[in-house]
Design a binder for this molecule. Sequence first.
Ligand SMILES: [Zn+2]
Ligand SMILES: [Zn+2]
Ligand SMILES: [Zn+2]
Length: 342
Amino acid sequence: MRRYFCPHCANEVYFDNTACVKCKSTLGYLCSIDGFHASTVPSQSNSSVDHYCANRDLIGCNWIVEQDESLQFCISCRHTLVIPDLSAAPNVERWARLERAKRLLFYGLQKFHLPLDPRDDKLSRGLRFELKSDPLPVAGQETKTLTGHKGGLITINIMEADDDVRERHRVAMGEPYRTLIGHFRHEVGHYYWDRLVAEAGQIDAFRAMFGDERIAYTEALQRHYQNGAPLGWEALYVSSYASSHPWEDFAETWAHYFHIVDGLETAQSYAIGSPAVNTQTKISPYEWRDFDILIKAWVPLTIMMNAMNRSIGNSDFYPFVLSDAISAKLQFVHKLIHQTRS
Ligand SMILES: [Zn+2]
Ligand SMILES: [Zn+2]
Ligand SMILES: [Zn+2]
């Protein structure tokens, strides 16, 4: 993402800031300008029509609702149909963490001009989210809320917002990386598969690249959880889970494409990384049409960032190796997104 500054005092601020730490101005993020509005009067946003998201006080959503007095919530919060049960106090913080990650997701979706559709129309194919915990046991029987996607409705188990729970799942699954933004970017990959592949006449091209998705899904996942990924999966799949089924391969690849483009935008904004990032300085990586430049800029950046992380004892920034086969899949996603835009 880009680098941001307080419009009042020019101090650097983060994407999530609700106030400037230097001049104490109240900050609101405006998607239309990809920047902040600063106010010395806390309740005022930038015009009589624009106003702060109604979730601001409760969960620190710093986005501004633009050009519509009738809407209570910002574009990201509006797409959440079900919020966690707030009678359990820790759920407020979990919800806040999830929405923080979701705003970063929506930042990318909007920069790519991907279709969202309003959530209000229950019949629409719009992107919707439900953020839920596990249901209470019925007659001693426990059931789980599974993170997943169905027909545009994305379910996230809110316990993933707890660092200890997420880390436990990461270790149990043998994953090198597990984050909330990773979940969101993966799950919307399934939604956009419906929209940009299945409904857009791209199914043959998809099968040629990712394999035939008509193989039984549930059995494929069971097989993956029982036996793990096939030997040598690293050459073909960006993650072990991607090898479980062509749909999962696509969603994993989609998520990585978002990681790469947003990571490059951050690098560009701070002028770090390879010359390839800096030669493109005027254009955001979200606009780069040339996929080769994107990958050539990303790989050396990840090596540098991994080294940075190792130097202070953190795990790798990007613990993945992009083979030619994986790059070809990323390029497939790149083309789909850019075709949709034009
Ligand atoms: Zn300031
Ligand atoms: Zn909001
Ligand atoms: Zn999935």
